[in-house]
Design a protein around this ligand. Sequence first.
Ligand code: INS
Length: 392
Amino acid sequence: MFNEEMRSEQPIRWAMVGGGRGSQIGYAHRSSATRDGHFTLVAGAFDIDAERCRDFGTNLGLNPERCYADYQTMFAEEAKREDGIQAVSIATPNSTHYAISKAALESGLHVVCEKPVTFTVAEAEDLKRIAQEHGRIFGVMYGYTGFQMVHQAREMIQRGDIGKVRVISMQFAHGFHSEEVEKDNPGAKWRMNPEVSGPTYVLGDIGTHAFYMAQLMTGLDVERLCCTRQSFIASRAPLEDNAHVMMQFSNGAVGTLWASGVNAGSMHQQKIRIVGEKASIEWWDERPNQLSFEVQGEPARVLERGMGYLHNDDSAVSSDRIGGGHAEGFFESWANLYSRFGTVMKAANRDDQATVAATWFPGIDAGIEGVRLLERCVESADNDAQWVKYYE
Ligand code: INS
């Protein structure tokens, strides 16, 4: 069961860049970060419009002086205060992640950043180096990886419950962009603009979620891949609204990733199916409290969150907040991640490296692998779906 007594330490003084009025994801960050008392919101550069930022921040209860026109001013001004910020979450469009993260780390702040973290692997590796140099935590918001059943799947696979992994099927294929909705939707529009979104659309926006999920569950490395991508809505070119990737993994396993915004009629369809020699496991983000466990020759089973038969693993069990039968969801998954970010940031502050090393959280390495996936997919797709090596 979740341990709320971890509150005893002082909350981390925390700010946001982006995530202001009208943002889809700003509220998810704030409600999850503050949920367990690890973080307290004290400042923000929420908006590119300074007046709207101040109005928004004041409405959230912040001191108007600590609602800043831009992140540079915020980092500089907060550094002068004794009670200045210690951590920042970055919920801005992709093109700004690198510069803001770099500035934050160099100002001595811990960072939580949205995915994909950067446009290039070189930039992501640079952020890793800077974070290490400053002894700061870099968390990446792969928001679905806080679900307990994802960690149950990981534990079962690691223990050999399905046997050696053979096939990995990854998909995140929604239907929300089957039509040209970006005409009236700024949140969709920037995601399809290569200057703001980067070299990919659906691969980076949602494919990275499913890919990291599979990496987390199996721990396997990709050896090579090939990718084909297309823009069914022509105006989105060169960015894809649909992509298929085939992969070969280091242990001989093979996999596919389908990322799409034009899967008409579908909600999310983020499904990860791991097929082993003797059984398969499947997790679906629209039914996140359940995990399918299908042993060859036996009736299929559905494991439920919060039950005593789950592996007594720290993540699968201790993150459980309310017990089986009650649905937990997206916000709990995010809060579980923020709880871990808080734990490791506090540990880093007191130079407790043992706790940092022992606590799982999606960190900069997960961010780097997401960007590497995108680089390789573009390279392959640009060469008529040629197989390319995953690591250079
Ligand atoms: C999707 C979904 C993902 C998010 C994407 C968004 O609709 O909500 O969780 O990472 O950016 O486009």
